[in-house]
Design a protein around this ligand. Structure first.
Ligand code: CA
Length: 678
């Protein structure tokens, strides 16, 4: 797929802003090409009728394990905030039998009991053009709430207190509140909350929960100081309590944070609210397995918040891709390469990933789980006509009209759905069987399915130079019913095994045939007997000698795992004002007569057009081999420099080093050097 070539190895940021922002680049890439993989659904595709040909994609027969003790009131919620603009764009939804049906009815029939909707104060420009992302103002939320109630589902009203997307990266003030001081803003927020809730209730919505803010880790409505945000939250809370009393309704108040992997921050917020007496009922989080750490860690964190601060807890957003493909020429936020844990892109894994979050919540007595945007489907298959529709109807994540309000992000990267591969419908609008994980009966009693191998885990065998190679007896198989997971006996290819020289470092691929007749692969990594000390800068830099031909030393050993190839530390350089010339090297005594090889790794950027990077090996001070082929292309894009066949005699000095000459402002790190005897 097109996205894979562009984004396959890159992780998008964990905020909504970032994940949505990547979509336009992929869209442009796709623009000049012949359509996408999706068959499409909507105005541009025309005349299709929810095909029988999508049965395979529908993941027929998804298995669901029972969750002990789950109660019928457990929230099995979905955010479908884009639904009105999707429908206006011609998108149609089909039930499992392939019959066109109202989205709300399909969800309700399949066990969804709660709908979540985002609300923006005024997502329109001065000419009345929508910013996109569903153009969700209070009127849209009222309509969505009405239809949810008609189908027996409650509503969670998610106030962003902004005119467009709010998340940890941005919490922009609504246009109408610009220039207000905090107490004026708090008062405006109270009035706005009361008025909007009344609009939504008047439409007939069964509001059961209100979120005062969306992912407010770093502020809300343009305010960033804890005390200021607290003042706003208190007025939001008061507004919900006042409306609840007036209407005689029990509406719960939720606060909402993300990045639960940083659990200290999550707990700190709960403590701050307790100390400062914020009146709320539910501590809610976003939890995406591909961004936010293990589900066990999330569970422990929320269990702690629940017990120590005596609040209900709820997962207000989660999701998982059922496919790695893109259906609308607007690149996807999450692809196969982003997945963490024992999942793949498939309807079964989608169900399993949601089940794992539900199980975690059920185990700790949490209220339940909301799935984020389960029906944000392609509006067509061609980029240009899609863009026309997204712009006109507001069904893309952002439109060009958002530019005046949010020029740096939406204004530049507007486009379609980066989430169509995470829906519970295929690109043509047909319901996937993974929806079964929302069905209470299935969650309570389980749903059987023909046992099926989902995938086998990557098999990696590591050994030291000279060690005997012992292959595992098989590969680990993951089944649709994960209680069946087992090691599947595998016969490894004898010829390929025989060709591996365990006395020489390197990486090899070995194929195998499983007991079930499937072809699988193992990676065999033979370590190098590295003659260098402290090759990855983890211990100390004393062993390494640093030289520089400039007025200051631009280098240091940096303790930052994200800039290291392996471990936490790496050799780092940067100077913003001087042209930089420096080298780092290490000298050892050759243990034997023979030939030697070496390699080193480097990443960096902004090095200028005249940058020289030289990886070298010297023998007794004389340059014996160099590699000048490496060039730097940006952060985390590691390049390997290598030389081989250097002759030396026992006792000779062998020096391995990297020399860099680059522009002021150039930066980078080096890591994992190796010198070994051939
Ligand atoms: Ca897409």
């Amino acid at each position: 797929m097109i996205e894979k070539t562009m984004f396959g190895n890159k992780k998008p940021g964990r905020t909504l802003k970032k994940v949505l922002s990547i979509s336009i680049a992929a869209a442009l890439c796709c623009a000049g090409l012949a359509g996408c993989s999706g068959v499409g659904n909507g105005a541009a595709s025309g005349g299709q009728t929810g095909g029988e040909d999508t049965a395979a994609a529908g993941g027929e027969g998804v298995f669901v394990a029972p969750i002990a003790g789950i109660e019928e009131s457990f929230i099995r919620g979905m955010d479908i905030s884009s639904v009105l603009t999707e429908e206006a764009s011609g998108v149609k939804y089909y039930d499992a039998a392939g019959n066109e049906e109202d989205l709300f009815k399909i969800l309700s029939d399949n066990g969804v009991n709660y709908i979540r909707v985002r609300v923006w104060n005024d997502p329109y420009d001065k000419d009345g053009n929508g910013y996109g992302g569903g153009n969700n103002d209070a009127a849209a939320a009222a309509e969505i709430g009405r239809r949810a109630a008609e189908n027996g589902m409650k509503l969670n009203v998610d106030f962003h207190y902004s005119d467009f997307w709010a998340d940890p990266a941005k919490q922009m003030c609504p246009k109408a509140w610009e220039g207000m001081d905090v107490s004026e803003k708090a008062s405006a927020l109270y009035d706005y909350t009361v008025e909007s809730l009344k609009t939504i209730l008047a439409a007939g919505a069964d509001v059961g929960m209100v979120q005062i803010g969306n992912e407010i880790n770093n502020g809300m409505a343009g305010e960033t100081k804890d005390g200021d945000v607290l003042e706003l939250l208190k007025q939001g809370s008061k507004a919900v309590r006042d409306v609840s009393a007036e209407y005689g309704k029990d509406i719960k108040i939720a606060v909402h944070f993300t990045n639960v992997d940083a659990s200290t921050n999550i707990i700190k917020k709960a403590k701050y609210f307790e100390t400062n007496e914020l009146d709320y009922d539910i501590y809610g989080i976003s939890y995406y397995s591909f961004w936010h750490g293990s589900v066990e860690h999330m569970k422990e964190t929320m269990d702690y918040v629940k017990k120590i601060y005596n609040k209900d807890v709820c997962v207000l957003e989660t999701s998982f891709p059922y496919t790695d493909e893109d259906g609308d020429c607007s690149g996807n936020s999450v692809n196969a390469g982003d997945i963490v844990g024992d999942y793949i892109c498939s309807p079964q894994s989608q169900a399993n990933a949601v089940w794992d979050v539900m199980k975690a919540m059920a185990d700790i007595g949490g209220l339940g789980v909301f799935y984020w945007e389960s029906a944000w489907l392609p509006v067509g298959t061609e980029y240009e006509s899609n863009m026309e529709i997204w712009t006109r109807e507001g069904s893309g994540w952002a439109s060009k009209y958002a530019a005046a309000y949010d020029p740096d992000d939406a204004g530049r990267y507007y486009g379609g759905s980066s989430w169509d591969n995470q829906a519970f419908f295929d690109f043509e609008g047909k319901l996937l069987d993974s929806i079964s994980v929302f069905n209470y009966e299935y969650l309570k009693n389980g749903k059987e399915a023909e046992p099926k191998l989902e995938f086998t885990k990557d098999c990696v065998v590591e050994l030291s130079q000279g060690e005997q190679l012992v292959m595992p007896e098989g590969v680990e198989g993951v089944y649709n019913d994960r209680s069946l997971n087992r090691v599947i006996p595998t016969e490894w290819n004898e010829e390929e095994l025989a060709a591996i020289d365990v006395n020489s470092g390197g990486e090899h691929t070995v194929s195998g045939i499983t007991q079930d007749g499937d072809t699988v692969f193992a990676t065999v990594k033979v370590g190098y007997a590295n003659l260098l000390a402290n090759p990855g800068f983890e211990d100390t830099n004393v062993i390494w000698e640093v030289g520089y031909d400039m007025s200051v030393n631009p280098t240091d050993v940096q303790n930052k795992a994200s800039d290291a190839l392996v471990g936490d530390k790496a050799f780092h350089w940067w100077n913003g004002t001087h042209e930089q010339v420096f080298w780092v090297e290490q000298t050892i005594k050759a243990p034997d007569d023979g030939t030697y090889s070496a390699f080193g790794n480097i990443q960096g950027g902004d090095v200028g057009d005249n940058c020289v990077i030289k990886f070298y090996v010297k023998v007794n001070g004389e340059e014996a081999a160099t590699d000048e082929s490496v060039s730097l292309t940006g952060w985390a894009e590691w390049k390997k420099a290598a030389v081989s066949g250097v002759s030396a005699s026992a006792g000779d000095d062998i020096t391995v080093g990297m020399y860099v000459s680059c522009a002021a402002g150039g930066w980078g790190t080096m890591d994992e050097f190796c010198l070994y005897k051939d």
